[in-house]
Design a protein. Structure first.
Length: 307
């Protein structure tokens, strides 16, 4: 980034720089903890009405009760496409911001309600379905939270075995799901532009943020190492939410990717960052979209009539 006054401002950007969001509505998936809760708190503090889209209504309600501002809690289990459809069927008003934040990380091998590998099914397919079902209502933008881990693993979508039944490893599955988030954003923006829509699709990653995601890693040694990293290296959840908030509220180009500006994008103020060649492949993005439609039974949402 060039050392202009605008660039210097971006390097010091934080939640106090959020614009007035009065009258705007945001859905934040996984808003009951971590960077989702931090983002929801900041958005509500700036005047937005924030919908906590959470799997556990009791935990979501407890989290929302600690947030000052206008909030509501609705049930959404991204690992169950029936729950995704139920959430979308209950939506009937304009939606300014859809923040696809929820996710699972480096789990032991598990399956979603429909039998998909849990990380791909939750992190990508659940948000793919949710976005397309809600898209007729979205007025401004969709922000999907990815990760620097999209550069790890095999650096490809395993189209011949997307559920990794033949060769499962927690990091391989997580990396694939985070690569899928970026390819989804790329193809979503292409389709929005082609349709003449003013809605923008963007992605963000938190850097190394201390959240409860790391505590669910399959490998005990990995959990121990990440616990140490959370204590001594990671930034807190408020700082980890800044790239999401920046992507959600600043005037950025469609398909932009936002992350921390520090070394290795681990921490720092939000700024535009690069992505891997695999995450920039339009052919892979289109192929993933087609596969995702087949797996979820949910098609391109912009063509759906507003109910």
């Amino acid at each position: 980034m060039a050392d202009t006054s605008e660039a210097r401002g971006a390097r010091t950007w934080n939640a106090t720089h959020l614009p007035d969001l009065t009258g705007r509505t945001a859905v934040v998936t996984g808003a009951n903890s971590g960077i989702g809760l931090a983002a929801a708190r900041a958005l509500a503090g700036a005047g937005a009405h924030v919908v906590f889209a959470v799997r556990d209504l009791a935990r979501g309600g407890a989290a929302a009760a600690r947030v000052s501002g206008s909030t509501e809690v609705r049930r959404l289990d991204l690992a169950d496409l029936d729950s995704v459809r139920e959430f979308a069927a209950g939506w009937d008003r304009p939606l300014d911001l859809l923040i696809n934040n929820a996710g699972v990380m480096m789990l032991p091998e598990r399956r979603t309600a429909q039998g998909f590998e849990m990380q791909f099914g939750t992190n990508h397919l659940g948000h793919f379905a949710l976005t397309n079902l809600l898209l007729p209502y979205v007025t401004d933008r969709v922000v999907t939270v990815s990760s620097g881990a999209h550069r790890m693993g095999d650096k490809v979508i395993h189209f011949d075995d997307v559920n990794l039944r033949r060769n499962y490893a927690p990091i391989r599955a997580y990396a694939q799901s985070k690569l899928a988030n970026l390819l989804f954003t790329l193809e979503l923006q292409r389709r929005l532009t082609e349709a003449g829509s003013g809605v923008r699709a963007l992605a963000a990653h938190p850097g190394y943020a201390s959240t409860n995601l790391q505590s669910h890693a399959a490998n005990p040694l990995a959990r121990a190492l990440m616990a140490v990293g959370n204590r001594f290296l990671a930034q807190d959840d408020k700082a980890g939410a800044l790239p999401t908030l920046y992507a959600a509220t600043q005037d950025l180009p469609g398909a932009a990717y936002v992350g921390p500006d520090g070394p290795a994008e681990m921490r720092g103020a939000p700024t535009l960052v690069g992505r891997s060649a695999a995450a920039s492949d339009p052919a892979a993005a289109r192929r993933l979209w087609t596969l995702s439609e087949e797996l979820t039974g949910v098609e391109w949402g912009i063509a759906a009539p507003v109910r």
